[in-house]
Structure formats: C-alpha cells, structure tokens
Design a protein around this ligand. Structure first.
Ligand code: NOJ
Length: 578
C-alpha cells in the first residue's frame, strides 16, 4: 500500500550541509520584513459577510480592527484570484481577478486600503508553478499543437510513446501525466489534473508572470509568497528517474537547473523595483540550496520557509530533542547570512496545539501559549496562522464526507480502489489532514461561531462555544491576550529578532531552554514541552531576574540542585538576564 502522506509531508525537504556563502549583507541588518510578525489568513474560513457560507474579502475588512489589535504587521492571504476551486484557489484561472466567492476587485482595493490605513502590510500568494486547467492559457494551449500558448505548459506528444513516469501529489492515481485526446498528447501536472504545470522554460510565459506580479505590486501590495516554486524549473527532456524515485520525489523535482536564473530575473524585473518582501514555499534540498535562494547578495528572495521542523509531529507524538536539534541546526546555518521564517502551522497543516502541544482542556491554553512563546522568541520572521491565537484545535472529523480537501478525498478513493487500510487512513486524516486547520474562525458562541449566517462550506469545530474570540477578549489571562503581549514583547525587544541564539540544557527531553543576545541585552527563554513538572538545568541562578512574560503568574521555584529551575506543565518564561 502506498503510504498516505499529507501535503506538508510531501513538501518536506531533506537538509544537509552548511553553506559557506559570503555576502556583504548580514542577517542583523535591519529590514521591515525581518521585524514583522506575519499573520496568515485562510480567506475561505475567516469571516463570511454575505451569508453564502464562504469567508470573503468584505468579511476580512469587517475584522481589520481585530487583526490590528493583535499587533501583527503583515497579513499573508492564501490565493484570492479567480479559480474553479479544485484546490481552494491554488488553481488560478485569472491572475488579475478576484474569485467571485471572495468578492470583487473593488473589495480588494478597499481591503488593501483598510490594511494600509492601519499600518498592516499585505502579502499575496503567487501560484505560478501551475495554473488552473480553466485558465485561458491552458484552454488555448490544449486546443491545438500549433497554438501560440502550446509552450506555456508541458506537453508530450503521444506518438513518442508514454512519457517517463512522474509522480503527482494530488492525482487520484498519482500519475502526473494526463492524456488529452484533443491533440493526442499528455500534459504534466505535479498537483491535480486541474493544475497543469506552467512551462518556465518559455521566456514568454515568464514575462507574463512578471507582468502579473507588477499588476499587483502597482496596486501597492507588500509581498509575495511563491507557492511550490522550487518545482518550477524542469528538465524538459523528462528523463527516466530511478525506480522508487517517488518516495523521495523532492530530490528529483526541486531546484531544477534554471530555478536560480528565473528567480534572479524575477528579482530584477519585479522585486528590485518595489518595496516588497518575498518568501518561497520550501527551501530546497540542502542548506546550500536555502542559502542560494535567500542570501541577499544573490538577489533572489528574502526568506526561506522550510518544512523539516513542522513535519516532526506525528500522531504517536514527537521527540523534543529532535525538534530542538532541527531548529538549532537551522539557526546556526543562518547565523551569518540569509533569513528564515519561523512557524509551526499553516493551511497545509493540522492545528498547532493539536500537533505540537496538548489540546485537552487542562493544557490547551497553557501549551498553546508556550508554543506561541517559542515562535515569537526565535530568530527569523514569525508566522502565525489564524485561530492559533485562540488555541483553535483540530476538528478531527470522523466521516470522510465531512472532509473537503481534494487530495485527501482523492487519496481516500485511491486507498479504496487499491484495497488500502481505510481505518488507518482515517486515523491519519483525523490527526494530520489540512482541513483540521481550515475550519472557520471561532468569533463567538453564537450560531456558526459568528462566522456565517449561512451554511459554512466546512463544518465548524464543535468546541466553538468554549474556544472563541469574544470569550477570550474578556479574559485578561486568555490565550488571545497572551498572544498580544507576546507580540508586544517581540516588538520592544529587537534582541528577539536579531540576537544570537544559544541552546542550553541541550539533552533535556522536556525543556527547551535558550538565550537570545545582542549589544542591547540578553534574554532567557524557558519552555516546558511536557505535561509534567520538569527541571531545567540552565547553569545560572534566575531567582532574582525579571520575568518579562510567562503563562503562569507565579515565579518558578528553584530546583534542589544549584542553577536549576522547576517548570510547571507547559510553562513558558522569558527572563531578562541583562
Ligand atoms: C502548496 C500550497 O501550500 C498547497 O495548499 C497547495 O495545495 C499546493 N501548493 C498546490 O498549489
């Protein structure tokens, strides 16, 4: 049985080697996108303004004051372009228009204005490894072999025989080639059949994309997140890959020969002309790749967004030692040059607290605050996913009918067709399916959690009467208010943005302890990742040190041994050392 792997796993990158690239811009050179806190909004699920059950731009506009109140500086919106929604907007049929479910261009303009008036920047998701099969380019491209758009996509004429196999992440048979009888040829789609891959080798296509980017940059947006872009460059001879390559397909798909050329061209054409930030999904196959993408002097992208840390969480739990090792390795590889994103969740993951914390009522808030403290005190730009500020949890739907995610539904069918273990599959889905992280934002305890007056496109998490923004607004000790304090601490202490990171008590299986230090100060961060009391052996006495922030009111008691501290379950503490 082919093992089911959710998207996050599919885009997981194996990292090795440490880059030695020398650049003149160092990673403590100040930039707004380094100091920003990014808040990611899944528009379909944030707030519905017109009662059709789908979140929309007017809905987001109505909540701008809430977003502002969080203290975040940047909103990353998942795709909002016209789309037939095979993959919730990651299949774009018109890059210069707004998806009708979400509203109009006038709504978009109002949203951008409203954000800018509040000092919030907007990062758009740019989905240009592939388009929708309903995009006019593809409609033209498939119409005839001599269409001027033929080379906008990857076609393989059938008289040459079947092309060398390519693994599709989302296809119901995992076949990335789809035969099209209209012109007796196969087209390539790494994702679903409705997401044909664009041919970046074609300079005309590249120019079209830069024009699209300029269209949005001229509107005044503040950045781009490049979806699946590491797959864009391909060897168009389509050589045969070794047997079993699909188990490790990223090694074969990512960072094709000309990828850096395309990024440099994009930078010269677009990024260099506007004050925009740029972040690619994925960070290549090695630290060297990651550096080559983001070291400033190369003039490609601003920051890497790597997956090997978020993929650590498993239904059976995960090892904190492994977690610490991955984050420490990334930090040291980027200690001098390049810049990282720090996150534990996004729209391709289940909920942060359910995967990395403890979503039982006793520990949900504590562990969620502790995880937020981690994200907000590491070097790199913190990304926070909507609803995590409330400790929203996995919905864990039991029935396949309740899931909406196309690859999950395709994989279910695939398992069914190939005699797979459906019970096991459903267990994996319950823990890891990305729909867990896509349920509507829980605004209040009223009907549909205040998300919509209609029938929501996906079920609301049943715990909305307990976990919702309105209830947490009223409670000074809520996860929401703790999140606001954390953002404030980050803003007031640039040490947390630029300062050197040093891991303490490395082999402690329950406690993550580290310091952040620069000329202006030194902070100590203690995080208990377990539901038991845990002893942190930090080599210093902190009994008289100021606590900047904690998810417990009381001070930590010293352990019996000198220079140790007893941390309560999921306790998080930030101390000022100097
Ligand atoms: C990565 C996106 O994050 C994911 O949501 C999407 O399904 C694929 N790319 C395809 O665009």
């Amino acid at each position: 049985m082919k093992q089911f792997t959710h998207v996050a796993l599919l885009v997981c990158i194996l990292m090795s080697g440490i880059a030695s690239a020398q650049t003149s811009e160092k990673n403590n050179d100040r930039k707004w996108w380094k100091e920003a806190v990014v808040y990611q909004i899944y528009p379909r699920s944030f707030k519905d303004s017109n009662g059709d059950g789908i979140g929309d731009l007017r809905g987001i506009i109505s909540k701008l004051d809430y977003i502002k109140s969080l203290g975040v500086d940047v909103v990353w919106l998942n795709p909002i372009y016209s789309s037939p929604n095979d993959d919730n907007g990651y299949d774009v049929s018109d890059y210069r228009n707004i998806m009708s479910d979400f509203g109009t261009m006038a709504d978009f303009d109002a949203l951008l204005k409203g954000m800018h008036e509040r000092g919030i920047k907007l990062v758009m998701d740019l989905v240009v490894n592939h388009s929708s099969d309903e995009h006019e380019w593809f409609v033209q491209s498939r119409s005839s072999r001599t269409s001027p758009y033929r080379n906008y996509y990857h076609w393989w004429d059938a008289e040459k025989g079947k092309p060398a196999p390519r693994y599709s992440l989302f296809d119901i048979n995992h076949d990335a080639w789809k035969y099209d009888s209209l012109t007796n040829a196969y087209y390539l789609h790494y994702f679903s059949r409705k997401q044909p891959d664009l041919n970046w080798e074609n300079p005309k296509l590249r120019q079209e994309i830069y024009d699209i980017m300029k269209f949005w940059a001229e509107k005044g947006i503040d950045g781009f997140r490049l979806d699946a872009f590491q797959f864009a460059a391909k060897d168009t001879n389509f050589p045969v890959f070794p047997a079993g390559y699909e188990k490790n397909f990223i090694q074969y798909y990512a960072m094709g020969e000309h990828l850096h050329d395309y990024l440099r061209e994009m930078n010269a054409e677009v990024f260099s002309k506007y004050d925009v930030m740029s972040v690619a999904e994925g960070a290549g196959k090695s630290f060297q790749d990651a550096h080559d993408l983001v070291d400033a002097d190369r003039k490609e992208l601003n920051m890497a967004y790597a997956f090997d840390a978020v993929d650590i969480a498993k239904p059976e739990g995960y090892s904190l030692l492994h977690f610490k090792e991955v984050f420490s390795r990334w930090d040291s590889a980027f200690a001098q040059n390049g810049w990282l994103s720090i996150f534990l969740a996004n729209h391709d993951q289940a909920r942060m607290v359910s995967r990395f914390g403890n979503d039982t009522p006793a520990f949900r808030d504590l562990s969620s605050k502790m995880l937020a403290t981690f994200i907000m005190t590491m070097r790199g730009t913190p990304y926070f996913y909507y609803g995590d500020e409330l400790a929203m949890t996995n919905a864990g739907f039991e029935r396949i009918e309740d899931y909406k995610d196309m690859p999950t539904l395709n994989e279910y069918q695939y398992q069914k067709n190939t005699g797979g273990d459906l019970k096991k599959f459903m267990e994996q889905v319950k823990f890891g399916c990305r729909d867990n992280g896509r349920t509507p934002f829980q605004w209040d305890a009223t009907h549909n959690a205040g998300f919509s007056s209609g029938t929501p496109w996906i079920k609301i998490n049943t715990n909305y009467k307990i976990i919702n923004a309105q209830a947490q607004e009223k409670n000074p000790a809520s996860t929401l208010n703790y999140f606001r304090s954390l953002v404030n601490v980050r803003k007031k202490n640039l040490t947390l943005v630029y300062g050197k990171y040093e891991l303490l008590d490395k082999n402690n299986p329950s406690v993550y302890a580290y310091t952040r230090e620069d000329e202006s100060g030194k902070l100590l961060i203690l995080l208990n990742f377990s539901k038991e009391n845990a002893l942190a052996d930090i080599g210093m006495d902190v009994s008289k040190k100021t606590v900047l922030l904690s998810n417990y009111k009381e001070r930590s008691r010293p352990g019996k041994r000198k220079n140790t501290v007893v941390l309560k379950p999921y306790e998080a503490k930030i101390y000022v050392l100097k």
